[in-house]
Design a protein. Structure first.
Length: 295
């Protein structure tokens, strides 16, 4: 058997481990997702080819999960990952960076030039209700989000929404509809398919004033197959509700909840209506999600 050199670059070692295991990137991604590590196919491909390097705590956790999925000893890959300083998106007082909340690499945010990536800090999240609609072909048809926010300062007039499909492959996420807000500047990272969109309010808010708005992302062309729904917050939120709505012809065999606070993944029921959900009260900064198994 080909030996794995302790001094091998991360990309070389990662590629070798995948080939040894005989997995496709899609299969590896699914196994990682079921263990609570959500990474896009584009990111896995770039790691494998050495075009990008894992950075940040969330990426290091994903590498550790990949080790387990690939049958490697602990630290076989993580020991090869250097820890360069993040170049963008300084952490909020909570210590959670934007890249960590999005499950992204800091380099993917470079395409967001001209958008205030930390502007959402001027708003407090009161309530988040995000609902994904899945098709009979297991694809993500749309994701609708309703937010209730409170302004921390006078003059706040926008929210920046970030959206990215689970898998790479040329999918085109688009802002399909808005209510009580309108689209402003939009930026895309072509490699990761990450979209950042300014949503401008009907009027500037006063300190302490609440605002309610909603918006929906969908796809131009073929939507991607998906097996998770998640939302990341960089500041405490009073309530986060995530809801997955499945087509009667394609209901998963199991659903789980997960968060960045541990490896526990309690199973969730899927009701007769074909929906599953989580409700998190007094949510701390981090990532919360639902994942499911189709077979």
């Amino acid at each position: 058997m080909e030996a794995l050199s302790a001094s091998a670059p991360f990309a070389e070692a990662f590629d070798l481990a995948i080939r040894r295991r005989g997995l496709s990137l899609e299969a590896l991604q699914r196994r990682m997702a079921m263990r609570g590590a959500q990474v896009s196919l584009a990111t896995l491909s770039y790691w494998r080819r050495g075009r990008r390097h894992p950075e940040g705590h969330r990426s290091l956790h994903a590498v550790a999960v990949a080790e387990s999925c690939l049958g490697l000893p602990a630290d076989a890959l993580t020991s090869l990952v250097t820890r360069p300083r993040e170049r963008r998106a300084q952490p909020w007082p909570s210590g959670v960076s934007l890249a960590s909340a999005l499950g992204s690499e800091p380099t993917e945010l470079a395409a967001c030039d001209g958008i205030d990536l930390d502007g959402n800090a001027r708003l407090a999240l009161v309530s988040v209700h995000q609902r994904a609609t899945l098709g009979a072909d297991r694809t993500e048809r749309s994701v609708r989000t309703e937010l209730v926010v409170t302004s921390r300062a006078d003059g706040v007039d926008r929210w920046v929404s970030f959206f990215r499909p689970q898998t790479g492959g040329g999918h085109q996420p688009v802002l399909r509809s808005t209510h009580c807000c309108r689209p402003g500047r939009v930026r895309r990272d072509a490699a990761s398919e990450l979209v950042a969109c300014e949503l401008r309010f009907d009027y500037p808010l006063r300190t302490g004033e609440t605002y309610v708005f909603d918006f929906e992302f969908a796809y131009d062309g073929e939507p991607p197959e998906t097996n998770y729904l998640q939302f990341g917050v960089r500041a405490p939120a009073r309530q986060i509700v995530l809801q997955a709505c499945f087509d009667p012809a394609a209901v998963p065999v199991r659903c789980y909840r997960y968060s960045g606070e541990g490896d526990s993944r309690p199973e969730l029921p899927v009701g007769p209506s074909g929906t599953s959900h989580i409700a998190v009260l007094d949510a701390r900064p981090g990532v919360y999600g639902i994942c499911w198994e189709w077979d």
